[in-house]
Each structure stands twice: as structure tokens, then as C-alpha cells.
Design a protein around this ligand. Structure first.
Ligand SMILES: Nc1ncnc2c1ncn2[C@@H]1O[C@H](COP(=O)(O)OP(=O)(O)OP(=O)(O)O)[C@@H](O)[C@H]1O
Ligand SMILES: [Mg+2]
Length: 270
């Protein structure tokens, strides 16, 4: 795959990410089957789907870590071909797996600064302004008091907030969050979601893609939802239209009703 095409300029009409009939298979098993999905600049999406539905595979394809190997095409800001090092900087990843790869003795501040180089650990010499930017992004995630703490001593919720600040160092146009609240207790989760909500209120914010099994984590800022089942798009569109008992029953195979409060939705056994 050639890698010489530059990532295009920001435009309202050109989607940040567009998947056209993307299929991916492994050892003869179809993992993604003709998935079409368009994410506009600054548009926040939730992704729902049972275990093994292909959510993480889809994110890996979105960020160029995997290629559609059985059909389809991916366009990022209108470009089909990519420069991989550029792409690493223009799409941020936040997962609990990433948290486990961060050197535990590194301070929160240095962890964030290392995001500038899209690498794990700080091997290059950052400029003063990189530290200033890191402090700003940490402050925006409510983490100013953590800057000197070693990453390994932070709680899971704090680690995920630091990783979002880190992902912003390259000013990406897309940030992928793969089950960022996995393993958090309800309090840590709400604190994390409050920081995410603050981030979503900012004017210049990357498009956020939020994969979760927990419907109640889908904040009102996630106005669109993609629903995947067995590698296929089961439904996609306005979150208000996706979070319906008939969609959940098809998705999880059990009758569920939805309790809604303050723009959030809780599934309960019907
Ligand atoms: N490297 C791999 N080798 C073999 N199978 C794989 C590999 N990666 C993914 N798969 C399979 O592809 C399917 C989709 O996996 P994926 O991780 O994308 O699902 P997911 O929707 O993220 O699931 P979960 O909710 O459990 O995280 C699963 O059946 C998984 O076993
Ligand atoms: Mg997954």
C-alpha cells in the first residue's frame, strides 16, 4: 500500500472518516461484513454490540492498524491512501490496554507529553510549550492535581482521563475510546464521564467514537450510534432512535425496556 498521500484539510463536507462496504476476515471467518459508516468532523458516535461483534476490529480499521482484507475502502478526510506516521498522530486511541502499556513510573505530565510523539514512553526532548499544552489538556480533564503522580499509581478512571489528554497532544481529528470505563466502579465511572462531558462541550473538539457495552455510559453528546451484530451493521443513526427495546432485543436476545433520565438511558429487564 502506497503511503505518500497527505491527509487533506479540514472541510465541513468531507467526512472525518468514511467506511464503504468494509469487510474483514481472518482464517476464513468473516469478522466485518460490508460495513458502511460515515463520521463527520466533530460528530460524536457511540458503538454498541455484543462480545465479538467486531467493534474493536472496526476501530483498528478506522485508525489504519488493520486493512479491509476482503473488500471495501476507508476514506479519512476524503483520502483513501495514507501516510501511516501522520495517521498515528491524527487519530487518537484510548483503551485500558493502552493504559497497561504506559511505563508505570512515568509521571502523568510526561505521559501526556509523550503523546506528542505518538509513542509510548518519553524518548524525545519536548519543548516548553509541549509541557504547557499537556498541562492545559490535563486541566481540561480535571487532572491538574495529578501532574506529578506516577501513572501506575493513578486509579483506572484517572488513567483514562490522562490518556485522553495524551491523545489530544497531536490535535487529532478523531479519538477512539474502546470501553474506557471497563473495570471502573460507579463513582469513578461518573467522574470520568463528567470529564468527557466537559470535553464534549468545548468548541474545537475531535470527533469522539465511544465503544461500550453499557448503554447508560452514552452521554447526550453522542448524538449518533452505530449498532453492530456479528460483523454487520444492525442499525445506525440518531442515538434516540437506536436506544429502543426492539433494537436491544435483536442485539442481545433478551427483552429489555429503557429507563431514561437527564438524557441518559438505562436498560432494565422487561
Ligand atoms: N487476531 C485475531 N485472531 C483471531 N480472531 C480474532 C482476532 N481478532 C479478532 N478476532 C475475532 O473477531 C471477532 C470480533 O472481535 P472484536 O475484538 O472486534 O470484537 P468486539 O466487538 O470488540 O468484542 P468485545 O465486546 O468482546 O470487545 C471475534 O470473534 C474475535 O474472536
Ligand atoms: Mg472489543
Amino acid at each position: 500500500m502506497s503511503s505518500q498521500v497527505k491527509i487533506g484539510p479540514r472541510s465541513k463536507n468531507i467526512p472525518a472518516l468514511e467506511l464503504r462496504r468494509v469487510s474483514y476476515s481472518l482464517d476464513g471467518k468473516q469478522i466485518l461484513d460490508s460495513v458502511s459508516w460515515t463520521v463527520r468532523e466533530g460528530e460524536h458516535w457511540a458503538i454498541l454490540g455484543p462480545n465479538g461483534a467486531g467493534k474493536t476490529t472496526l476501530l483498528k480499521i478506522a485508525c489504519g492498524y488493520l486493512w479491509p482484507n476482503s473488500g471495501g475502502a476507508v476514506y479519512r478526510r476524503g483520502e483513501a491512501l495514507i501516510n501511516l506516521p501522520e495517521l498515528r498522530k491524527s487519530i487518537g486511541w484510548v483503551t485500558s490496554t493502552l493504559a497497561s502499556q504506559i511505563p508505570p513510573r512515568e509521571t502523568a505530565l510526561r505521559t501526556v507529553v509523550s503523546g506528542k510523539f505518538a509513542q509510548i514512553g518519553l524518548w524525545e526532548s519536548p519543548a516548553k510549550r509541549d509541557y504547557a499544552l499537556a498541562r492545559k489538556y490535563l486541566a481540561q480533564m480535571g487532572c491538574s492535581r495529578l501532574i506529578r503522580r506516577e501513572f501506575g499509581t493513578l486509579s483506572q478512571g484517572e488513567q483514562q482521563r490522562v490518556l485522553i489528554a495524551r491523545a489530544r497532544m497531536t490535535e487529532p481529528y478523531l479519538i477512539l475510546l474502546d470501553e474506557p470505563c471497563a473495570g471502573m466502579d460507579p463513582g469513578a465511572r461518573e467522574n470520568f464521564l463528567a470529564s468527557l462531558r466537559q470535553l464534549g462541550r468545548r468548541k474545537k473538539v475531535p470527533a469522539l467514537i465511544y465503544v461500550t457495552h453499557h448503554v447508560e455510559e452514552i452521554l447526550p453528546m453522542f448524538k449518533k450510534t452505530l449498532v453492530l451484530k456479528q460483523g454487520k451493521v444492525l442499525a445506525s443513526g440518531a442515538t434516540s432512535a437506536m436506544l429502543k427495546p426492539r433494537v436491544f432485543e435483536k442485539l442481545y436476545g433478551v427483552p429489555l425496556s429503557i429507563v431514561s433520565k437527564n438524557g441518559r438511558h438505562w436498560p432494565v429487564v422487561a
